[in-house]
Design a protein around this ligand. Sequence first.
Ligand SMILES: Nc1ncnc2c1ncn2[C@@H]1O[C@H](COP(=O)(O)OP(=O)(O)OP(=O)(O)O)[C@@H](O)[C@H]1O
Length: 500
Amino acid sequence: MVEPILQMKKITKKFGSVTALSEVDLAVYPGEIRGLIGENGSGKSTISSIAAGMQKANSGEMIFKNKAWAPQSMIDALDNGIGMVVQESGTIAGITVGESIFLGELDPFTNRLGWVNKKAMFQKATEAMEAIGVTSVTGDMPMSALDFQTRKLVEIAKVVRKNPSILVIDETSTALSHDGREIMYRLIKKFRDDGKAVIFISHDLDEIMEVCDTLTVLRDGNLIRTFTKEEYDANLIRTSMIGRELKGDYYRSDFKATSLDEIALEAKNLKYKEQLKDISLQLKKGEIVGIGGLAGCGMHALGKALFGALPLESGEVVTGTGKKITDPHVAMKQEIGYVSKDRDTESLSLTASIRDNIAIAGMDRFAIGGFLVTAHKESKYVKEQIENLSIKCASPNQSVSQLSGGNKQKVVFGKWIGCGSEILILDCPTRGVDIGVKQAMYQLMVQLKNEGKAILMISEELPELIGMSDRIFIMKDGEMKMEFKRSEMLSDADIIQYMI
Ligand SMILES: Nc1ncnc2c1ncn2[C@@H]1O[C@H](COP(=O)(O)OP(=O)(O)OP(=O)(O)O)[C@@H](O)[C@H]1O
């Protein structure tokens, strides 16, 4: 019988009063891609980060390759065979791709006088990127010049370069576009075929059933069940994830494109580098407009531009009442809300509490006369957002940095929905969010549409675009390639041909 490559026995992890893991047993085998799925805050990142040396369990035992396993740090774990690509990681300002990949490992490039041979380091970094199939990135490029997906690919290259025996990928697919995902799938299949193991965390049930050989469901820090591929049954997996059957509509139930006549926001001939080449677009009240495309198509830049957060070369963004959106401050005054794809650096203040993050945008709602904030009103407002989106937290005063990835995303969503934004620009709003809450977010979007609010949703997920939008625009190389109207007949295949 094949022995597990990693055994985790009775792992318990507590954060104050929160039990993130309760006596979890997990065994991973060589030649296996193991999926981990579960609601936000169910313990997926915690269990895998304990194996990868990022934090320690309160109790329990780990055995890796038949030896006791107690890594002291992520670097220690990676050096000894377990590497993890984390869900979200900040980029240090001003460093290059090479420095990011070789951070803490510059010794081989450093001479006796302490000089780093940058040329050699950049060359090795370029090779590391090529090894995972990315040829457009060289080691000397500044990280800040790369888009979100490419920064993620640099992180993957950094881990894969060390050739670990177990590769942990924590909720990374949603940071990647179709082409980036293909790179990742190829890599993890190679790991399996080489007799190594992969632990793959995702909220996308279709993806995880397609990619993984076995699938473990966690709920509230408990291991509920491990399914083998033959046992895969989407309904059964969903039910074991959320402890009940998911009822009601998931996406919109109607198939007719509808909107009010009034324009909410208009983009006129926007130009910005190679990302926006003369983009014009109208968003009407009571309408959901979807924007899709591959990495680098310009859709994330468009979201920023509509919120006034991009220094446009020419063109303008105006509201239906003729107000020019020149910066985010003006946008907020015009009741525009914006959820950025780059959550941790652009949408949240990680050092602040959940309360402060949510309250900041909603001040007009609860402050008397728009400026006098009473603790009671603020608490009530924040509590409502936490309840509406089931944000799993110990208290509103908890630092947002301590929340699980999906719960952070709910804070961002709650911040803009709660304050009654009339226009919402949502860049990958359901990124990292579990299916139960995704359903709640979609239904909330339908409700907002019916109230006459305007929503522009940028997404890498075609089913989400098709399921929710009145109109879908597909972008490619900074241009609008195609417009689709909501229809029951519209399929992924109809759209993909205009993306590639
Ligand atoms: N540093 C921390 N301090 C306090 N609580 C924490 C900390 N890290 C995690 N938790 C809590 O532990 C629980 C499990 O979190 P974890 O990140 O493992 O969930 P997850 O299943 O990966 O969720 P998601 O799908 O949202 O990423 C959550 O309730 C989370 O808030």
